[in-house]
Design a protein around this ligand. Structure first.
Ligand code: PEP
Ligand code: MG
Length: 848
């Protein structure tokens, strides 16, 4: 007869505690299952026996091993640790891995977990207790890998209830939105299992196309149900109706947890739909501008190929290998795509796609499903769809945009798994594409000889697709009314992307009017470009410096040709992103020197020190998760906390400045996100220390004015620095309390709001008292309508995106300083940004 005994060795060292004494009823009342707990004195959770990892929670605090006889041993580090979202836990195994007794599974930082969670007690529990007849519990103090803490006596194999197909009534619940803040983790899952087990019916949970047995804790946790996900429950059996009623009520009731408002989660779609622009005129469709421009062409409805996917597979190992191979191939394809794009900002989009290929949650979910017998294609598709669906429900446009990136990467890998080439649809010339959505890959691959523009039903103005469209100079509208999908291919249309409008079946007069407007605009742009190298001097002789915002040495080399008189903002973070470690001093020195050499002798080159943090993390500069990253560790705050990287960058800047003196550009340094005088003093002190060590000359020092406190105290700050550069993108979000990427509110965050103008004026006034000069480098400087007001307020320099330089220089040349001053006085008294815009447009219609 087979040996039915399974001995579990201590996965940790520490005193053994009875499960009844764990301060959480889910464990003490054995809802998750029976077992023991250990109060750990070691920091590495090891396998208590040989087996296979069948579940690793995305928060990395819990892991389940399937051992001999199919017994599932779940280990849960601490109590209430799901809320730590993975902080302090480092798993060294993944789902599907075979492990041997004593092998480390998860390392954890005991101090951190103990201070942030209710308890460090770690539970070792049998999740499918039906397979165990009896267990003997260890006592005393255990040493990891040595003492036996549990002896399990398995039942003789019986007819499992899942052996035959369930018979009887089949009932499916309404879709249920999960409102548990951290989704269905161990505690709510255990309650769900307990509830499901009260019924004879077979009960299954469905999330998208993935399913789990509701009577198995491990299966539910493997389903990775997050807050906001929608699930359905299916019951088959004699008491199916009663089971569905009870389970629906239990899930809606929060399964013992305090839940967020379901209405808030479910309303998001409706809210977004309600806020989306809608036209009353059937021949006009509205959306939001993704990339401005005008085009006259014919509709082409872009249809996405349907990929058919087998659900089950019999060789899990082969399927895991198929997935691995497809991921590696996708990585290679993205590498090629990245190299084909010259612009680093665009290349960064595909670098981010490469990172998604390594996303642990995405991979965990897919490998779990494969381990459960699903095909690689089915498991991968279920995993990326589940995550992209969850992301697209979020209110944050940036995250919703990531959902589209995820679908893009997902389909790339899925095609590779299925061995299908990217299907291209044959389209006629002069096409205006309409699609539910486009991915960055679709956009980069568009045939510019045939496509004049596009409209998508999903997406927003700051999506990666919009960035690509702008770089391709392709008019595009995002978020267009869904009825656009029903317009017949071949319909003649005008795409006025600047006005976010698609006009159907325009008559000839209208087309002529649009064509004329387009030709006039093209002429204006050509004229501005031809005059791009003329100075930006007002009609009454006040000269402004118009310089470029750049992110790479390549941008620097394009500055002079675009009319830039130097660089007002070099965003150095782009040199640090999409790589595994920071560029060293030599590499940075070479890049800054290159930039200085591409500019004209003595032109300014303002190098902003690293501006990363919270919202823009670097993989090699970990920052703890923050509730409000925009109010957290950003810009100079990061540099002052972690000065090593800052010192390296300052040395590279100082050396490049010294080397280029008298030959190339005049290098200056600028600190981002400065809020207090102390920030500047500390940063300057470090700069001075490095300068002395190098024995080089001092360079001009400036700060970004992007925090209201800094604008208000400009006079005090002006004593400390040589110049200011106003970052209107951040200043706007902090003054108006509107996230700069917020999908519904961003339009209200207009930089021409009188409150912004007042702060810009205050900054100039403060600077003048101590001979500091003032530039503007945020988006407002690239807005032609803002030019008369910035001239009127008296800023000295405008730092503009490269393609916008000719237009902004032409705008400065078209106004008189004296008139602008009078106009500004009026603008400062107005009540809203729209009133300010109207005032300027009435006075200078050519700038609109
Ligand atoms: C700004 O905030 O206006 C700015 C120029 O900085 P960034 O856009 O890089 O945050
Ligand atoms: Mg900023």
């Amino acid at each position: 007869m087979a040996n039915l005994t399974l001995e579990l060795k201590a996965p940790l060292s520490g005193p053994i505690v009875a499960l009844e004494d764990v301060p959480d009823p889910v464990f003490s009342q054995k809802m998750v299952g029976d077992g023991i707990s250990i109060d750990p004195v070691s920091e590495s959770l090891c396998a208590p026996c040989d087996g296979k990892v069948v579940q690793l929670h995305r928060a990395h605090h819990a892991v389940t091993i399937e051992a001999a006889h199919g017994i599932e041993i779940m280990m849960h580090i601490g109590v209430d640790t799901v809320g730590l979202k993975g902080e302090g836990f480092r798993p060294s195994v993944g789902v599907g891995d075979t492990v041997s007794q004593g092998q480390p599974l998860i390392d954890f930082d005991a101090d951190r977990v103990a201070t942030n969670a209710k308890s460090l007690l770690t539970q070792i529990i049998v999740a499918n207790g039906d397979l165990v007849e009896r267990m003997d519990y260890g006592t005393g103090t255990a040493t990891s890998g040595e003492n036996i803490v549990l002896t399990l006596h398995a039942r003789e194999a019986t007819h499992s209830e899942s052996a035959g197909a369930a018979q009887g009534e089949r009932v499916v619940s309404e879709p249920i939105t999960i409102a548990n803040p951290t989704g269905l983790h161990a505690r709510p899952s255990a309650l769900l299992v307990a509830e499901a087990k009260k019924f004879a019916a077979a009960v299954t949970l469905h999330k998208s196309s993935v399913t789990a047995n509701a009577k198995s804790l491990v299966a539910i946790m493997g389903l990775e149900v997050n807050c906001g996900d929608v699930i359905t429950v299916e019951a088959v059996g004699p008491d199916a109706t009663a089971a569905i009623n009870a389970l629906t009520a239990a899930i809606r009731g929060g399964l013992g947890e305090h839940c967020v408002s379901v209405e808030a989660l479910e309303d998001v779609d409706e809210e977004q739909a309600a806020q989306a622009p809608r036209s009353e005129d059937p021949s006009i469709l509205l959306g939001v501008t993704a990339s401005p421009g005008l085009a006259v062409g014919h509709i082409f409805q872009l249809e996405r190929e349907q990929l058919s996917v087998p659900e089950d597979a019999n060789d899990s190992d082969a399927e895991q290998q198929t997935l691995k191979d497809a991921l590696a191939k996708a990585h290679g394809q993205l590498q090629d795509l990245k190299s084909s794009l010259e612009d680093e900002e665009k290349a960064a989009i595909f670098a981010a796609h490469q990172e998604l290929l390594e996303d642990p949650e995405l991979l965990d979910q897919a490998t779990t499903q494969i381990a459960r017998g699903k095909s690689a294609a089915f498991a991968w598709r279920a995993s990326y769809r589940a995550q992209s669906d969850a992301l697209s429900k979020l209110k944050n446009e940036l995250l919703a945009g990531r959902a589209n990136d995820l679908r893009d990467v997902g389909r790339r890998v899925l095609r590779l798994i299925l061995g299908i080439d990217a299907g291209e649809q044959d389209m006629p010339g002069e096409s205006i594409l309409i699609a539910e959505d486009l991915t960055p890959s679709d956009t980069a691959a568009l045939d510019r000889t045939k496509v004049l523009g596009f409209c998508t039903v999903t997406g927003g103005a700051s999506s990666h697709v919009a960035i690509l469209a702008r770089s391709l100079n392709l008019p595009a509208i995002a978020g267009i009314e869904a009825r656009a999908l029903k317009v017949a291919t071949g319909t003649r249309v005008i795409l006025d992307a600047g006005e976010a409008m698609l006009r159907l079946d325009p008559d000839d007069t209208e087309i002529e009017r649009i064509e004329n407007a387009r030709i006039a605009l093209e002429r204006k742009r050509a004229d501005e470009l031809a005059n791009a190298n003329k100075p930006a001097e007002t009609t009454d002789g006040r000269r402004l410096e118009v310089v470029a915002n750049i992110a790479s040495a390549k941008d620097a080399s394009l500055t002079t040709e675009a009319g830039g008189e130097g660089v007002g903002l070099c965003r150095t973070e782009f040199l640090f992103m999409s790589r595994a470690s920071a560029p060293d001093e030599e590499e940075q020195f070479a890049i800054y020197s290159d930039m200085a050499a591409s500019l004209q002798k003595d032109e300014p080159l303002i190098i902003r020190t690293l501006d990363v943090g919270g919202d823009k993390p670097l993989p090699y500069l970990p920052i703890d998760a923050e509730d409000n990253p925009f109010l957290g560790l950003r810009g100079i705050r990061v540099s002052l906390q972690r000065p090593a990287m800052f010192r390296t960058q300052l040395r590279a800047i100082l050396r490049a400045a010294e080397a280029s003196r008298g030959k190339g550009a005049r290098i200056m340094v600028m600190f981002p996100m400065v809020t207090t005088i102390d920030d500047v003093r500390q940063a300057r002190e470090i700069l001075e220390e490095e300068r002395e060590k190098l024995g080089v000359e001092a360079i001009p020092v400036g700060i970004m004015v992007e925090v209201p406190a800094t604008a208000v105290m400009a006079e005090q700050f002006a004593r400390e620095v040589d110049f200011f550069s106003i970052g209107t993108n951040d200043l706007g979000q902090y003054v108006l309390a509107i996230d700069r990427g917020h999908p519904q509110l961003a339009a209200q965050a207009d930089g021409l709001n009188p409150s912004m103008l007042t702060l810009i004026a205050k900054t100039v006034e403060g600077a003048r008292k101590h001979d500091a000069w003032v530039g503007v480098c945020g988006g407002l400087a690239s807005d032609a309508v803002a030019v008369p007001l910035l001239v009127g307020i008296g800023v000295d320099e405008l730092s503009v995106s490269l393609p916008g330089i000719p237009e902004i220089k032409a705008a400065v040349r078209s106004v008189s300083h004296a008139e602008c001053q009078a106009l500004t006085e009026q603008a400062l008294q107005l009540a809203s940004a729209s009133e300010v815009r109207q005032l300027v447009k009435d006075r200078y219609p050519g700038l609109a």
